[in-house]
Design a protein around this ligand. Structure first.
Ligand code: BT5
Length: 278
């Protein structure tokens, strides 16, 4: 066996997400064709932001087996043991205005839901704006960051933390709110197959975005929505509002129908949304 073949065999035996293994059977044109792989890094989003600032093309990916500083939104952290889950950041260079950043989160969350469906047949749903749930538990979080100036968005980095084969009971602080694909199916799930599907779907989404098919994207986002028609609580800073999540508008805002019958637009951004789950 050649040295490189031996390495490939060893990586697959150890179930690693190395660029060579991820390239076998990858059907995208651009997404994942440039891929930086780390056994350990601070945060794949931080690395991707630096790569993008240095000129990395759209579709460049950063993958890690483990993060020492995995980040959520609003300074929160993301928990994931080494070698079990997907920690992936993808660089986009979209022709969108700063107010349209939600479209990148939308196409990415649609991509994750479809990939989960393809690989496991599980029904996953999107909790606006950036979480993916299965059976009322969080299986994936998405962190969208960008660099912009007065002349527009330079690049966007979408970070995906998808719980694949870990047991949430390892983390007492999240075990009652989190799940993983292994937990839901009862069997180990291929991280490589999932990443390849996610990248295919993201590439499709990027083409749709490029063609200006915003209404289609919002339509799909709404179809996979966990919250529409349900009773929710919106928390922003120290303010709480209650109502029914009625509709997602083309500008990414959520229409909240309050108990007094009035409607309010909730802007995608620094809000948290809690559902009243049965
Ligand atoms: C998110 O934030 O859900 C976005 C998470 C994005 C993580 C990815 S991993 C690859 C890339 N590199 C990074 O550094 N980040 C991205 P947020 O909505 O703020 O949710 C964070 C909250 O989710 C935490 O406060 C916990 O309550 C919960 N949480 C943490 N780890 C979790 C996990 N593995 N599964 C489910 N929930 C988790």
């Amino acid at each position: 066996m050649e040295h490189s073949d031996k390495k490939l065999y060893r990586d697959s035996a150890y179930d690693r997400l190395t660029p060579k293994l991820l390239a076998i059977g990858l059907e995208t044109e651009r997404f994942g064709r440039v891929l930086k792989y780390f056994e350990v890094t601070d945060s794949t989003n931080l690395v991707a932001m630096k790569e993008a600032a240095a000129g990395a093309p759209e579709g460049t990916c950063v993958v890690a087996e483990e993060q020492t500083g995995g980040r959520g939104r609003l300074g929160r952290s993301w928990a994931s043991p080494a070698y079990k889950n997907i920690l992936l950041s993808v660089i986009f260079r979209p022709q969108v205005k700063p107010g349209e950043m939600f479209l990148l989160t939308a196409i990415s969350s649609i991509a994750v839901v479809r990939a989960i469906e393809q690989v496991t047949s599980l029904d996953a749903m999107i909790k606006w704006p950036n979480d993916i749930y299965i059976n009322n538990k969080k299986v994936c979080g998405i962190l969208t960051e960008s660099e912009a100036s007065a002349d527009g968005i330079h690049f966007v980095v979408v970070g995906i933390g998808l719980n694949v084969n870990f047991n949430p009971e390892q983390y007492p602080e999240i075990y009652d709110i989190a799940t993983s694909l292994k937990q839901e199916t009862g069997t180990k799930v291929s991280r490589i197959a999932l990443i390849q599907e996610i990248l295919m779907e993201m590439e499709h989404g990027s083409y749709k975005l490029g063609e200006g098919k915003t209404t289609d994207i919002i339509g799909e986002w709404s179809r996979y929505s966990l919250i529409l028609g349900k009773s929710v609580e919106i928390i922003s800073f120290d303010n709480k509002e209650y109502g029914i999540a009625e509709k997602i508008e083309d500008d990414g805002t959520l229409i909240l129908k309050k108990d007094d019958g009035t409607r309010k637009k909730i802007v995608f951004g620094d809000v948290s949304l809690r559902m009243h789950l049965e």
